[in-house]
Ligand binder design. Structure first.
Ligand code: PLP
Length: 380
């Protein structure tokens, strides 16, 4: 089956007792054990739950992965990947990453005896970065909020030569657009809160791998930390995933139109592949589309606060990936865990805005942006 079909029919109705077309929600925390010493598929829901199994199995099919775990949030997924590390290990990451991932490095790494290095341009990552302590390279591509693109294949080859594994946070593109395990990554992680669920009504995460050692370890980590996705949310995530392809197609179409409109107003836009010819070539080689998150600096002639207030179709809110368009101010919202100096160094300015484009009619979105620009300029 192609991925568009798997999204919809990946869960077989034959897996449940009545053949219901959608999987049932099994709320039971515990299961009868037939006799002492005899085991069944399920014993206790932290260790395994039939509804969670369904969503884990669906995600595994989308990603062609052997091992798949659904977590209570994207951060639970990321922190479970970091739980694979031992004292003394070091992680390399691109320098603009999800704010919560940065908070983990900033707040918890030192006390856990871990080290990290933020690398300015991952496409220039070289041998010199790999001292023997480097055990994990953590890539977010396109990056957040600047949409810089990293060559996944190249980094994987380099990391593997130096005995490090690679994890990719594929939240922005999903397996529908970018198959990171096939590109050589050892682990793919998700905030399923975003595009996978797609309706801004659920917090979830996932980690997948084809490596047996990592896969078995993650199972122990999930059961031990207990940071599991609930049965109800597992069901909601399955429902969201069914429409991923149609949502994403429309969102990408709208995104191209919004970019063209902003360009027509002489506003330069960050999107996956926008930064250089090299990044554009990498993006088109490793992904099927640019996704639907963009960012731009509002030029000085516009009043930022008035622009935000004037928008009717872009509520000011963190998060992305839902059917509705959103706008956010990374410096004060998603990336406030970065120090001012680091924000400046990376290029997260006070005038940077990030837009997640939804599935509305593109003409309405553009009309709204146009009127807000007029208001923001008029009152300046
Ligand atoms: C939102 C997000 C996360 C964290 O996910 P939660 O579900 O909010 O915990 C991690 N990575 C990226 C790229 C994200 O956008």
């Amino acid at each position: 089956m192609k991925i568009e079909s798997l999204l919809v029919q990946g869960n077989s109705p034959h897996n449940n007792p009545y053949g219901a077309i959608v999987p049932p929600i099994f709320l039971a925390s515990t299961y009868i054990q037939p006799a002492i010493g005899e085991e069944q598929d399920f014993a206790y829901s932290r260790g395994g739950n039939p509804t969670r199994n369904e969503v884990e199995d669906l995600l595994a099919q989308l990603e062609d992965a052997q091992y798949s775990y659904a977590f209570a949030s994207g951060m639970a997924a990321t922190s479970s990947v970091f739980s694979l590390l031992k004292q003394g290990d070091k992680v390399l990451l691109n320098n603009n990453i999800y704010g919560g991932t940065f908070r983990y490095l900033d707040q918890l790494f030192e006390q856990r005896g871990l080290a990290y290095q933020l690398v300015e341009n991952f496409n220039q990552l070289s041998e010199e970065h790999f001292d023997p302590a480097v055990k994990l390279v953590f890539i977010e591509t396109p990056s957040n909020p600047l949409l810089e693109v990293t060559d996944i294949k190249r980094i994987c080859e380099l990391a593997h030569q130096h005995g490090a594994i690679v994890a990719v946070d594929n939240t922005f593109l999903t397996a529908y657009l970018q198959k990171t395990l096939a590109l050589g990554a050892d682990i793919v992680t998700y905030s399923a809160t975003k595009y996978l669920s797609g309706h801004a009504d659920l917090i979830a995460g996932a980690v997948l791998t084809n490596d047996q050692v990592i896969g078995e370890r993650l199972k122990i980590i999930q059961n031990t930390l207990g940071n599991i996705l609930s049965p109800f949310d597992s069901y909601s995530l399955i429902r969201g995933i069914k429409t991923l392809a149609v949502r994403m197609d429309r969102q990408i179409e709208n995104t191209h139109k919004v970019i063209a409109f902003l360009h027509s107003k002489a506003i330069s836009v960050n999107f996956a592949g926008a930064h250089s010819k090299e990044e554009a070539a990498i993006q088109s080689a490793q992904a099927k589309g640019i996704g639907a998150v963009i960012s731009f600096e509002l030029p000085e002639e516009y009043d930022l606060a008035i622009f935000i207030q004037a928008l009717k179709m872009f509520p000011l809110a963190v998060s992305l990936g839902g059917v509705e368009s959103l706008i956010c101010h990374p410096a004060s919202m998603t990336h406030e865990s970065y120090s001012k100096e680091l924000q400046e160094k990376i290029g997260i300015s006070d005038r940077l805005l990030r837009v997640a484009v939804g599935i509305e009619h593109s003409e309405d979105l553009i009309t709204d942006l146009a009127q807000a620009l007029v208001q923001a300029k008029g009152e300046k």
